[in-house]
Ligand binder design. Structure first.
Ligand SMILES: Cc1ncc(COP(=O)(O)O)c(C=O)c1O
Length: 381
């Protein structure tokens, strides 16, 4: 039984799953070089947008023949652009195992009204990729941010598929190895693993995705912010920093400094190692406690970014109220902000472990978690 408050507090209590903690070296004066008050179409603005694209390519190891665009409306904008521009050309399979994936299912079935095969798994589990027909277009989320369940690897996706894979990788990019040869459309936003600012989406297209765009016109109208082709040709400028509409140059600068930090610590392997170390600290903690467990049933699918936890103690009377009270107690102590489970997810906690979080802060948080758990059990009476 733990009653004393732990001696050490996390230096940074920000464990939100988006916007996520800023890079450890962040300070506002690092943004001094931002092209503020300048046109994004002037040479200085365009060069920064292009640098954001090319440094992303370098760090993530994106092949030279893939296109990378900065698009409106964050990750949602990028996913919607892809689905509305490319789907309908052939059969569609929609895969979902948590809230965001379910949102894409609903869009395709209810808004685009496509007769898609829908494969869903409950929170904590994942759909069986072996059943999926990759000769259809397949839409899925690499890391389910609200369930903490991720695709373990791309092995189940055939290299010689006929369909396109459209992958929402917003809480995976920069923390997990993404197999570019298996992904035709990949999306993410800046405020996740890189701790950037929310505004723009990144849209990454394989040559086959570009081919689809240039050879298929959907039956429905497309608003200007979704349009990537003109006269049957890809608008190349979008993928060279000539954005469709006006971007935030402050957000661009902030992303650039996060990319610089990523390079300075050793690039993608170092980013992945940081997320892995953070997540492992939590996995090890759960391993030696019988009152808390990972929501992900199969250890191979456990996220190393959005780690979702459930309380398993029989003494808990009301699971949802209990989890909320633990999160509130930790927030009240200033040791963990925003760690309640997502509103549609099962009751529990979600602790962001992406690269901008320091392992020392996770280590400092865990004794507090034990303290808050014991305090809430005692408070139940
Ligand atoms: C898997 C996933 N998809 C989409 C989104 C929506 O992202 P955005 O707010 O960048 O549009 C989120 C946000 O957390 C997410 O986790």
């Amino acid at each position: 039984m733990v009653t004393e408050t732990p001696a050490t507090r996390p230096a940074n209590p920000r464990f939100s799953s988006g916007p996520c903690a800023k890079i450890p070296t962040f300070s506002l004066d690092k943004l001094n070089d931002a092209a503020l008050g300048r046109s994004h179409r002037a040479a200085v603005g365009k060069a920064k947008l292009k640098a954001a694209i090319e440094t992303t390519r370098e760090i993530l190891g994106i092949p030279a023949d893939y296109k990378i665009g900065i698009v409106p409306a964050s990750d949602t904008g990028a996913v919607e652009m892809a689905m509305w521009s490319m789907l309908g050309a052939r059969g569609v399979e929609m895969l979902a195992w948590e809230s965001f994936g379910a949102g894409w299912v609903s869009d395709v079935v209810k808004q685009l009204k496509l007769d898609a095969t829908v494969r869903e798994a409950p929170y904590g589990e994942i759909v069986d990729f072996a059943q999926v027909d990759f000769d259809k277009d397949v839409v899925f989320t690499w890391n389910g941010t609200t369930s903490g369940v991720r695709v373990p690897n791309g092995d189940a996706i055939p290299a010689d598929r006929d369909g396109l894979t459209i992958c929402d990788a917003t809480s995976a990019a920069f923390a997990m190895d993404l197999p570019w040869d298996k992904l035709d459309v990949t999306t993410f936003s800046w405020q996740k693993v890189m701790g950037g600012e929310a505004a723009h989406g990144m849209l990454i297209l394989s040559p086959r995705a570009v081919e689809r765009l240039e050879n298929y016109t959907p039956a429905w109208p497309l608003p200007k912010i979704f349009r990537m082709t003109k006269g049957g040709k890809l608008i190349d400028g979008i993928f060279e920093g000539a954005t469709i509409n006006t971007p935030s140059m402050l957000a661009v600068e902030d992303y650039l400094i996060a990319l610089d930090w990523a390079k300075s610590i050793g690039g993608l392997p170092a980013l992945i190692a940081r997320a892995d170390a953070n997540a492992k600290a939590i996995f090890d903690f759960c391993e030696t406690r019988d009152w808390i467990d990972n929501l992900a049933v199969d250890p191979a699918t456990r996220s190393n970014t959005s780690v979702c936890l459930k309380f398993t103690d029989d003494r808990i009377a009301d699971g949802a109220a209990f989890a909320k009270a633990v999160a509130k107690r930790l927030e009240g102590e200033g040791v963990a902000l925003d760690i309640g489970a997502y509103r549609d997810a099962p009751a529990g906690l979600r602790i962001w472990c992406g690269a901008t979080v320091e392992t020392a802060d996770i280590d400092a948080l865990l004794p507090w978690l034990e303290w808050a758990f014991e305090a809430e059990i005692a408070a139940q009476g």
